[in-house]
Ligand binder design. Structure first.
Ligand SMILES: *[C@@H]1O[C@H](CO)[C@@H](O)[C@H](O)[C@H]1NC(C)=O
Ligand SMILES: *[C@@H]1O[C@H](CO)[C@@H](O)[C@H](O)[C@H]1NC(C)=O
Ligand SMILES: *[C@@H]1O[C@H](CO)[C@@H](O)[C@H](O)[C@H]1NC(C)=O
Ligand SMILES: *[C@@H]1O[C@H](CO)[C@@H](O)[C@H](O)[C@H]1NC(C)=O
Ligand SMILES: *[C@@H]1O[C@H](CO)[C@@H](O)[C@H](O)[C@H]1NC(C)=O
Ligand SMILES: *[C@@H]1O[C@H](CO)[C@@H](O)[C@H](O)[C@H]1NC(C)=O
Ligand SMILES: *[C@@H]1O[C@H](CO)[C@@H](O)[C@H](O)[C@H]1NC(C)=O
Ligand SMILES: *[C@@H]1O[C@H](CO)[C@@H](O)[C@H](O)[C@H]1NC(C)=O
Ligand SMILES: *[C@@H]1O[C@H](CO)[C@@H](O)[C@H](O)[C@H]1NC(C)=O
Length: 515
């Protein structure tokens, strides 16, 4: 059914009145039916004028539509736009975001962005826009005096350099997304003309060609805190690199050039000489090699004496990560360990000081074992948060959480548990237990008593959505408990009776509206 603009407007107003709020429902724009507009009322910075968020993405546009002066954000993402004319946006002095990603722009004109003196965010990612002076004239960004974020990633073939001078005017720039082509790669981000970019803290590298990070690579980006290397960027971190990463806080890496134990060992040692707090390896260790690769032990020993607090090793091949025999404990500085989506089928790691452990989306099944430091008996586990959702778990050892008295959050959702047999009676601070999307029919007496006990010291919430809750004589006691317990239990308003009939029930506390 096609609704006319007027009908939609009417509907929006009715809904708005209903809820006594102005709903943000996108409507066809009055100046162009292909675009969708949302009013942003009372924008603090702009005063009384109604501003517009305009979304013209994915409309097969070849030309840039004319838009009125009160446009605040404009998305032209995923179209077939080839040119941005001179003075195209001359009147849009309120525009703060402009998205041209996924178009066919081959070159910019010197005055393409004239007038956009309040633009904060410019996205040109995924355009066939080479880094040549012809395609990106040196003065093209000059009028963007407020710009904080610029993205020109996945555009360039490997053979040209971004005209750095083009960026050196952007004194307020905070983040930069670029490709780093083949020729003398370190030059790109090391030129003196970047010295003026004193707010530039985040760099995202799209494609690169064997980027070697050396002692001068980021020398002129003295404020650099966050670096992300894309999946199409193969790097190596050479000895001395830490000299140009003096403020590093977070780094995400994909592929290593000369993929071998030594280069990763060197890289980690070099990073541990920086103040880095978060290290992310995504999709890095894919090769399972014949001789055991044991990345984990290499990381653990290189990070033994570092300041790194958050370690994320996700979407990798487990064969390359954990050794079969002697596995070193987690380094003492690490508080968060994220090992999601690694196809892990076992986990026996000494957690040392880890507070947050994320093992979501692995194949741990029944083979999960949370080790506490048995060399220092009596030392308490620090674990407060554990996510073992999506792990194909059918049963858990009753003792699994027994030594984890500090637990506050447990996510066991999207598994196949049929009952609660695990013991959390010592976790007095437990406040969230997510058991959604399992096959639980009810809690037994023991569990109910255990949860009641916890609720004396902590406000406990349990999610039981998407389970196979039953309403039979056997489970009556569970339903009675649900009504009286202090524990907040969330469940679907239906249950299955003895003969499999699904019964829906209506809450007696509140009147429910039929949806
Ligand atoms: C960087 O390394 C080169 C040799 O690789 C060396 O000559 C130079 O002194 C180093 N610079 C700094 C600042 O350490
Ligand atoms: C970490 O350092 C401690 C003490 O300095 C040492 O006992 C331990 O073996 C080291 N662990 C690794 C994995 O290198
Ligand atoms: C853990 O890693 C996944 C990527 O697999 C990411 O999406 C998620 O945000 C991370 N979680 C935390 C808490 O770092
Ligand atoms: C638990 O994990 C599932 C799936 O991994 C996720 O969708 C859900 O939001 C998580 N629960 C909480 C309370 O964060
Ligand atoms: C629970 O929280 C309290 C207050 O934050 C804290 O003192 C206590 O050590 C925590 N752990 C346990 C097991 O009660
Ligand atoms: C309830 O808590 C008390 C003390 O905190 C403990 O002695 C008792 O065993 C607990 N009962 C259950 C069923 O966990
Ligand atoms: C539980 O919630 C109540 C009301 O929201 C609050 O007063 C109380 O402090 C909470 N208790 C704990 C242990 O967080
Ligand atoms: C319950 O399952 C439905 C689909 O069957 C899914 O859309 C929904 O996200 C699930 N809810 C939870 C809390 O897992
Ligand atoms: C669990 O959630 C998924 C969606 O995330 C859904 O397809 C599936 O049916 C759910 N399982 C159950 C038992 O509700």
């Amino acid at each position: 059914m096609k609704l006319s603009t007027n009908m939609l407007k009417h509907l929006a107003i009715v809904l708005g009145v209903c809820q006594n709020v102005l709903l943000a429902i996108p409507l066809p724009c009055h100046f162009n039916e292909k675009c969708r507009c949302i009013n942003i009322p009372h924008h603090a910075e702009i005063g009384r004028e109604i501003m517009l968020e305009v979304d013209c993405s994915n409309r097969r546009l070849q030309d840039i539509p004319d838009v009125p002066a009160n446009v605040y954000t404009l998305s032209l993402k995923k179209n077939n736009i080839k040119v941005i004319n001179h003075y195209q946006f001359n009147l849009l002095r309120h525009l703060s975001e402009l998205d041209f990603s996924y178009n066919k722009i081959k070159r910019l004109n010197r005055f393409s962005f004239n007038g956009l003196s309040n633009l904060l965010f410019l996205n040109l990612n995924y355009n066939p826009l080479p880094y040549t002076e012809r395609a990106i004239p040196i003065e093209v960004f000059k009028s963007l005096i407020s710009l904080k974020h610029i993205c020109i990633r996945h555009t360039s073939p490997y053979d040209s350099l971004l005209q750095e001078v083009a960026l050196s005017n952007l004194k307020l720039l905070e983040s930069l997304e670029i490709d780093i082509p083949k020729i003398t790669p370190y030059k790109v981000v090391s030129s003196k003309s970047f010295d003026s970019l004193v707010h530039l803290e985040t760099l995202k590298v799209g494609t690169c060609f064997l980027l070697e990070i050396q002692n001068n690579t980021f020398f002129h980006l003295v404020h650099l805190k966050n670096i992300y290397f894309d999946i199409l960027c193969e790097i190596s971190i050479l000895p001395g690199a830490h000299y140009s990463l003096q403020k590093l806080h977070k780094i995400e890496m994909h592929y290593f050039y000369m993929y071998d134990v030594l280069s990763i060992d060197d890289a980690i040692k070099e990073l541990s000489l920086t103040p880095v707090q978060t290290i992310i390896f995504r999709n890095t260790f894919l090769h399972g090699t014949k001789e055991n690769f044991n990345v984990w032990n290499i990381l653990a020993s290189a990070l033994n004496d570092s300041s790194v607090r958050h370690l994320q090793i996700t979407e990798n091949n487990p064969v390359g990560i954990f050794p079969v025999l002697r596995i070193d404990p987690v380094p003492p500085s690490i508080l968060t360990l994220n090992l999601s989506s690694n196809k892990l089928d076992q986990f026996t790691l000494e957690l040392t000081n880890v507070q947050k452990l994320i093992l979501r989306d692995n194949h741990l099944g029944d083979l999960l074992c949370l080790k506490t430091d048995n060399k220092h008996r009596g030392r308490n586990s620090k674990l407060e948060y554990i996510d073992i959702s999506k792990n194909n778990i059918y049963t858990l050892k009753p003792s699994i959480f027994q030594a984890q008295a500090e637990l506050r959050f447990i996510n066991l959702s999207h598994n196949h548990l049929q009952e609660v047999l695990f013991d959390v009676s010592r976790s007095n601070n437990l406040s969230l237990l997510d058991l959604s999307n399992n096959s639980i029919s009810a809690f037994d007496q023991n569990s109910m008593r255990m949860f009641d006990n916890i609720s004396l010291t902590s406000n406990l919430t349990i999610y039981l959505l998407n389970n196979s809750l039953q309403c039979t004589c056997k489970t009556l006691i569970f339903w009675k408990w649900v009504v009286v317990t202090r524990v907040k239990v969330f469940f679907d308003r239906r249950c299955a009776s003895e003969d499999g009939v699904v019964i829906r029930f209506v809450s007696t506390k509140k009147k429910e509206f039929k949806s």
